[in-house]
Design a protein around this ligand. Structure first.
Ligand SMILES: NC(=O)c1ccc[n+]([C@@H]2O[C@H](COP(=O)([O-])OP(=O)(O)OC[C@H]3O[C@@H](n4cnc5c(N)ncnc54)[C@H](OP(=O)(O)O)[C@@H]3O)[C@@H](O)[C@H]2O)c1
Length: 249
């Protein structure tokens, strides 16, 4: 099949392109880096000619709630309009597990706006809601370094390997649209501070950490079990330990 990957040059999108190619499919990357700005949609229609399905793994840079809602909604509308014009049969959106349970975070407002556009659109769809990726704690630690010390919020998570997210997106795109969402998580719960520390050790990065909600990249609305998936959630196989042992990439 011919499958377009919006955000195909990004963390998950790049893995999706690799996985599609490995399985013998044709991947068409869509990102500003390859000349397609999905906020304008210029040139998008031509790029979607002959495409069977679109996987959206974009992550536009945003500063606040209004910008997040605008960017995710606009990218989704532009994709869906071009998909309708070119006869794309399945739109697959990568979203976040527990999206509705977290208030106040601009990125989550953007993702909810994205999901609303997908559900209201006329292209058959599936929304894949993944938990935090195995590299998420190290990533958010690097966002908040104060006086040489990274502040990590003490999150409880059930993280998933980036390659397992990519595989789930490809499986979904090759399957029939559900016109619904499903959640996918990794195999076990983890402590984000421990994960960040062990990721930096595995990567040979010398960055002291401090566990705190004060000044951290995420606020207390993420505390407790809010990010833990409900019983019955699909589980991907690769544990955090296995991901670390394989190089933490
Ligand atoms: N991190 C987590 O733990 C987690 C968990 C669950 C779900 N997610 C979701 O996963 C998604 C992907 O995350 P990621 O970490 O893979 O993102 P990423 O590495 O930051 O990649 C983002 C991609 O979006 C593209 N992009 C951004 N703005 C664009 C625009 N205006 N037009 C076209 N392409 C644009 C980027 O390419 P250019 O810059 O070249 O345009 C890049 O290819 C996010 O939407 C996030 O909500 C993340």
């Amino acid at each position: 099949m011919r499958i377009a990957v919006a955000g195909g040059t990004g963390r998950i999108g790049g893995l999706v392109v690799t996985e599609l190619t490995r399985r013998g499919h044709e991947a068409v990357s869509l990102s500003r880096g390859v000349g397609i700005d999905l906020l304008t949609g210029v040139g998008l229609r031509q790029r979607l000619e002959g495409v069977d399905a679109v996987i959206d793994a974009t992550n536009p840079p945003v500063a606040d709630i209004a910008e997040a809602e605008h960017a995710f909604a606009t990218i989704t509308r532009n994709l869906l309009t071009a998909e309708t014009e070119t006869g794309v049969r399945h739109h697959v959106a990568l979203s976040i597990a527990a999206l509705d349970a977290v208030a106040g975070n601009p990125h989550y407002y953007g993702k909810r706006a994205q999901e609303r556009e997908v559900a209201a659109g006329s292209v058959p769809f599936t929304i894949v809601r993944a938990t935090q990726f195995h590299d998420f704690p190290a990533m958010i630690a690097e966002w908040t370094v104060v006086d040489g010390e990274a502040i990590v919020p003490p999150l409880l998570v059930q993280p998933i390997a980036p390659a397992d997210v990519a595989a789930a997106l490809v499986d979904t795109a090759l399957d029939a649209p559900l016109s619904a969402s499903f959640d996918i998580a990794g195999p076990r719960t983890e402590d984000a501070v421990d994960m960040a520390r062990r990721t930096f050790t595995a990567r040979g990065t010398d960055l002291p950490l401090r566990a705190s909600w004060q000044g951290a990249a995420l606020g207390v609305e993420f505390a407790g079990e809010v990010l833990i998936p409900a019983p019955g959630t699909r589980l991907a196989p690769t544990s955090f330990d296995e991901w670390l042992a394989a190089g933490a990439r």
